[in-house]
Design a protein. Structure first.
Length: 425
């Protein structure tokens, strides 16, 4: 029984397998030929692998920035990083609960999409895993028994999987030109807030994508080149502040520092290019296949996909959002630590994914002003909210890492407040 459950959980939480199965079912329901079905299924999985490969390159580069901050501040502090936190969670006594909530929430999401007006099927498998862990840790703080945690956690996670894509769908239609997919990533509340603020302060017609660069900066109109340039500038700032010896010692570097920084910067741009091309391949196949699911299994259903799916619609905003969110997050982390005596090491990878996505939403609602304000807001949220998640949950699960995304932190805050009201914490 345990092996069967583990197999099911592995399938649900592996985005490549989930997407492949979804496309396979969709093509079969449309009675497509064997060749069309096989081609579409393989191209979907291939697109996700390509997107993941690009994401890994981007993350590897941003990780070096995180290393500089950790060593430069001479502290480990609390590190807002999701994957190490998840890895630590699997070593805890409550780890066996994770599978039950992942499976339960997936089924509830499907039922809600079938029988309510919220037709969103959440397909970002890793985020299903993340929200399960968040809810287990948060509900543990209320001293609930395991059966209650499984039942309540499954229901809450299933509702969140269904409603999270819904709150931003109106803006998603505007961003994508009515493409039939939603965003399935637990930064939704932050993106919704960015959209609302941006619509009040800017003009969507004054878009980042309409910026006219002087001829001598013409190369920067290419997103991958401008992304590489931004990363190089950030490296040069760190170099100026911390010095070449510090960087070489931090990296245990024996080769040329200048060459290393150039290669890392170009690698960042290459990762972004690879990621966006993988997204295009995957999205094209999913949209085609989902017509079958929408007609036969869950009428009018909409797939909810991870945040990089929006990058292709506003690449300039992606670069601007990453740079602005990173600078803001670093400054906010230092200032906030003066009040809490706890340093949250800036999470550079989250600044890229959440900051860039926030800028895309902000740009669509308020143009350049909206993109800048949205990425500033996201940088502040990344710097501050993980502290409260860590503060409220460390009694149950004391890790040097903490969850990062806005929605995860807000779930912890809301559950803590409810627990306080009912005397459970």
């Amino acid at each position: 029984m345990k092996e069967v459950l583990n197999l099911i959980i592995n399938i649900i939480t592996d985005a490549k397998v989930v997407m492949g199965i979804v496309v396979l079912i969709g093509m079969v329901l449309q009675k497509k030929s064997f060749n069309e079905t096989l081609t579409s299924t393989i191209k979907t999985i291939m697109g996700l692998i390509i997107m993941s490969a690009g994401s890994s390159l981007v993350t590897s580069v941003t990780s070096t920035l995180l290393l500089f901050f950790q060593k430069g501040m001479n502290t480990t502090g609390v590190v807002p990083l999701t994957n190490p936190y998840v890895a630590d969670a699997f070593e805890q006594d409550f780890a066996y609960l994770i599978g039950y909530i992942v499976l339960g929430s997936f089924l509830i999401n499907f039922v809600l999409a079938r029988f309510t007006r919220f037709k969103y099927i959440f397909l970002s498998g890793h985020h299903i895993l993340y929200i399960a862990i968040v809810l287990i840790v948060c509900l543990k703080t209320l001293k609930l028994n395991d059966i209650t945690i499984i039942l309540l956690g499954s229901v809450l996670a299933g509702i969140l999987l269904t409603l999270s894509p819904a709150i931003n769908q109106k803006q998603m239609r505007k961003i994508t030109g009515n493409a039939p997919f939603a965003i399935g990533q637990f930064g939704s509340v932050g993106y919704w807030l960015c959209t609302k603020i941006s619509s009040k302060i800017g003009d969507p017609e004054d878009s980042c994508e309409e910026v006219k660069l002087p001829k001598w900066l013409g190369f920067a109109s290419d997103t991958t080149l401008s992304a590489s340039l931004v990363m190089l500038i950030m490296y040069l700032i760190i170099l100026a502040v911390m010095g070449p010896d510090f960087i070489k010692n931090s990296l245990e570097l024996t080769d040329s520092l200048v060459l290393y920084l150039l290669i890392q910067s170009v690698t960042f741009g290459a990762g972004l290019w690879i990621m966006m091309n993988g997204v295009k391949m995957m999205v094209n196949e999913i949209i085609t296949a989902f017509e079958g699911i929408s007609k036969k299994l869950v009428p009018d259903s909409v797939p909810a996909l991870d945040c990089p799916t929006v990058f292709q619609y506003s690449p300039n905003a992606v670069v601007l959002g990453f740079m602005t969110a990173t600078i803001t997050c670093c400054a906010a982390s230092i200032v906030f630590s003066l009040f809490t005596n706890v340093l949250l090491v800036p999470c550079i990878s989250e600044c890229f994914y959440a900051g860039a996505t926030a800028a895309v939403f902000g740009n669509s609602a308020g143009g350049k002003k909206g993109a800048v304000v949205s990425s500033i807001l996201q940088g502040v949220l990344i710097a501050i909210l993980p502290y409260f998640y860590w503060q409220f949950t460390s009694g149950v699960f004391n890790s040097m890492y903490t969850m990062v995304s806005t929605d995860f932190c807000l779930v912890a805050i809301v559950i803590h407040i409810i627990g306080k009201l009912f005397g459970l914490v």
